[in-house]
Design a protein around this ligand. Structure first.
Ligand SMILES: [Zn+2]
Length: 465
């Protein structure tokens, strides 16, 4: 049975979903103020493995990951770039989508944008005002943290000892119209030049915490199974989400899961780092599946310190799996249907997604498969290959899928390169330099490209591997 570490109780709990056979997950997604660094995609990969494992275990999974498309940084950076805020947000949302896709994260069931859910936010604020948990003040709307006795329980903090500081100065600060310096903004009154939405308390824009409560319950209902995010979101973001939703009378999340950071120099990767760690740059140096292997290989609750050496090691480990796949397919002449996972793999995954042990099980089967190859034992090779494919599928690193994806992606590139060579060959033949023409054809053959002369000109195909 699957056990998950629940941050709220600080314990491993058996996963018992609200509705048998179904699993609902809300993951705090990106604030789309810049394109993603590799560190920003870790939670995407970790929670992709969770959804894949739940689906494999027979659950019908509804997975939400939101997009925060309005915030102070989006406003500031879009103004600096001379673009409307929505153009800036759309461009960076596309960069995140590309990165998730490139690293093999399955698309969420729904991916709502904050600015499309102001109606739900107004409803939630009204409920909080009606129940005495929130109050309007000079066009802002604040949450009264003293009205919610459980405030601080997720992050295990006592309100009286809590330092009045938080994200973007929302908590504390010098705003005199708060009842308590720890009260946080649900809604911010408009400032000149900023985008606004109308509310009964005046025009303004949403606070980040309110967005997630409103979107989670809009799509998953008043109560749902798992709420996830990076460890840095426990306080204040998730604490505030609980205060909002539970304060308004919703059951909200039943399990809280948090992934640790990918650090650099011991610090969380920030968007102010240089470009070298952008996903677009990383995948020039390592293949996407290697990056995926690297991000998924550590336990999701373990901190990872970024290093090129560690990425090289991950790539080498993946090559061992890929190499077995290629040799096994060549030997058996077919890709078998996905087979049975070994018991160690399933046990590791059920133990709070123990990917490190699960990967060790994959590598054990690869070693057994390599021995079977050496012995020429076709049945054993097929069995090992089928098992490896099933296990790697759950981790999003199935070499068969990545092989297909890569070959189709590269076909236009290979075609363009072969055309260049073929034009040179045609030119050599035109000047009757047959030695040069044959040399080009031989070199292509060595690279696995077979050239055939047809009445309509040369045609090329890839030699079967
Ligand atoms: Zn959130």
């Amino acid at each position: 049975m699957l056990h998950l570490y629940d941050t709220a109780t600080r314990s491993l709990r058996p996963f018992e979903p609200l509705e048998p056979g179904k699993a609902s997950i809300y993951l705090c997604g990106a604030t789309v103020q810049a394109p993603p660094h590799i560190g920003h995609i870790r939670s995407g990969v970790n929670f992709d493995i969770l959804t894949r494992w739940l689906s494999h275990s027979g659950y019908d999974v509804t997975f939400l990951r939101n997009v925060t498309d309005i915030d102070d940084k989006i406003l500031r950076k879009s103004a600096e770039a001379g673009l409307p805020w929505w153009a800036w947000a759309t461009q960076n949302e596309a960069a995140f989508t590309w990165a998730y896709d490139t690293l093999g994260c399955l698309r969420p069931t729904y991916e709502p944008r904050a600015t499309g859910h102001v109606t739900e936010m107004i409803d939630l604020m009204q409920r909080l005002i009606d129940t005495g948990h929130a109050y309007p003040s000079d066009g802002d709307v604040y949450y009264d943290v003293r009205s919610f006795p459980a405030y601080g329980s997720l992050s295990r903090q006592n309100l009286d000892a809590m330092h009045p500081a938080g994200d973007t100065g929302e908590i504390g600060g010098a705003r005199p119209h708060k009842r308590d310096p720890r009260d946080f903004a649900l809604w911010k009154a408009s400032k000149p030049g900023e985008p606004t939405w109308p509310t009964p308390w005046g025009p303004g824009r949403p606070g980040w915490h309110l967005e997630c409560s409103a979107m989670a319950t809009r799509y998953l209902g008043a109560q749902f199974d798992i709420h996830g995010g990076g460890l840095d979101l426990v306080f204040p973001h998730h604490e505030n989400e609980i205060a909002q939703s539970v304060g308004a009378g919703d059951g909200f999340a039943r399990y809280w899961m948090h992934n640790a950071w990918l650090t650099i120099g011991g610090e969380k990767m920030s968007k102010s780092l240089g470009n070298s760690l952008l996903v677009t740059e990383i995948v020039k140096r390592w293949r996407p599946v290697e990056v995926r292997y690297y991000l998924g290989a550590a336990h999701y609750r373990s901190n990872m310190e970024f290093s090129a050496d560690a990425l090289d090691e991950a790539a080498a480990a993946y090559h061992r799996i890929e190499n077995f796949y290629e040799r096994a397919v060549e030997f058996t002449g077919e890709v078998p249907a996905s087979g049975a996972m070994c018991a160690e793999f399933a046990e590791a995954m059920d133990d709070d997604l123990g990917v490190p042990l699960a990967l060790a099980a994959v590598h054990n089967v690869v070693r057994e498969g390599n021995s079977a190859l050496a012995e020429g034992n076709q049945v054993a090779v097929s069995g090992a290959l089928a098992s490896v494919l099933a296990m790697t599928e759950v981790l999003g690193i199935n070499p068969q899928r990545w092989h297909q994806a890569t070959s189709s992606d590269l076909t236009p590139v290979v075609d363009a390169l072969v055309q260049v060579a073929l034009e040179q060959r045609t030119a050599a033949r035109a000047r009757k330099d047959f030695a040069a023409a044959d040399a080009i054809r031989d070199q292509l053959a060595e690279a696995g490209v077979i050239v055939e002369d047809t009445p309509s000109g040369p045609r090329w195909t890839l030699k079967d591997r």
